[in-house]
Design a binder for this molecule. Structure first.
Ligand code: UD1
Length: 311
């Protein structure tokens, strides 16, 4: 049985990936410090995984968990563009120093492959859409810089230390278990919370900014494909749908789904915000066999059903 390690496995995306790996028949160890992850996210699979409550900045503590794994999926991070602007040091330390410790432990522990959760924020405001992997990175926020540094490290760990790595630039992932309780929460979790409470969300700017919202199960499936594809070591791929919707469109779709009319409030634009984001998916399709299954309608309705059952 393959041994998988998921850093950030008690988080929103990580906990979905854990389920995908268990379904694929793997043995799964999770490293999570429960800063933004929650044990309840892995509750129904708790007896099938090993949960190590550890901080990725502690290289000595995480090394024995990572040692000899088939694949490490490195998802642990302090997310959020605005959080990295308000508090740059903690996100720098976790997203760059912690990432180094995970890569170092994987190289030393003879891990076969490491899949790194990079971010679409690395593209910044490049005007051309869709965003293609060959475009230069133009990070606009500390978070985007940090995630991009991780990509550079991933590629160098392949070339200098022989660790096979694949970086996936996640595009605005949404779905069940995304935590809506913080001011830094992802917009779709906030929309869900407001829709269910019948309250108005605040949209920063005019709401015409667009994102390639990607359903979490599609991202988890792509992570597993990235772990197994041949000839991709040291490369980076987009993990998106290849479509984009404005915040105004998404809020309208959600109101329609519930048959309600709740006009959003509008606030000033957010610092570090990217205007438009949409992935080119050709490389991920050709080299990783990426085949997203969920349309935005499917993803939104599955997500809404989950929030209704849990909030
Ligand atoms: C960015 C990255 C994404 C990454 C995520 C991690 C881009 C294009 N995407 O997402 O890949 O995974 O960081 O945190 O850089 N907003 C509101 N009201 C709110 C909250 C947010 O209008 O209450 C707006 C934001 O200003 C933004 C959009 O919603 O325009 C999405 O914000 P958010 O969900 O925080 O994600 P990004 O910053 O786009």
């Amino acid at each position: 049985m393959k041994k998988y390690v998921v850093t950030g496995g008690a988080g929103f995306i990580g906990s979905t990936l854990v389920r995908t790996l268990l379904n694929a028949g793997g043995e799964v160890a999770v490293i999570d410090n429960l800063l933004s992850g929650h044990e309840k996210n892995v509750l129904e699979v708790r007896d099938r995984i090993k949960l190590h409550i550890l901080d990725i900045r502690d290289g000595t503590a995480i090394a024995p968990v990572i040692d000899g794994a088939d694949t490490v999926f490195h998802l642990a991070a302090i997310p959020s563009v605005p959080r990295s602007i308000d508090e740059p040091r903690p996100s720098h330390e976790v997203n760059i120093d912690g990432t180094f410790e995970v890569f170092n432990a994987a190289a030393k522990g003879k891990v076969r492959r490491l899949v790194y959760a990079a971010s679409s924020s690395a593209y910044g405001d490049s005007e051309t859409l869709p965003k293609i992997e060959t475009m230069p990175a133009k990070p606009k926020s500390p978070y985007a810089v940090q995630k991009y540094v991780g990509e550079l490290y991933a590629s160098v760990f392949t070339s200098c230390f022989g660790l096979e790595t694949v970086a996936l630039r996640f595009f605005n992932v949404y779905g069940p278990r995304q935590d809506p309780s913080s001011a830094y929460s992802g917009i779709l979790s906030l929309f869900m919370k407001h829709l269910i409470a019948r309250t108005a969300p605040t949209i920063f700017g005019d709401g015409e900014q667009s994102r390639d919202f990607t359903y979490v199960e599609d991202v988890a499936a792509l992570c597993l494909k990235a772990a197994n594809a041949a000839g991709v070591a040291g490369k980076m791929f987009n993990a998106g749908n290849g479509s984009h919707y404005t915040l105004n469109q998404i809020w309208s779709m959600l109101q329609e789904m519930e048959g309600v009319k709740i006009p959003a409030k509008y606030g000033p634009p957010r610092a570090g915000d990217v205007r438009h984001s949409m992935a080119d998916t050709a490389a991920a399709k050709a080299e990783l066999g990426h085949a997203p299954k969920f349309t935005i309608e499917d993803g939104l309705s599955k997500t809404l059903a989950w929030y209704k059952g849990s909030l």
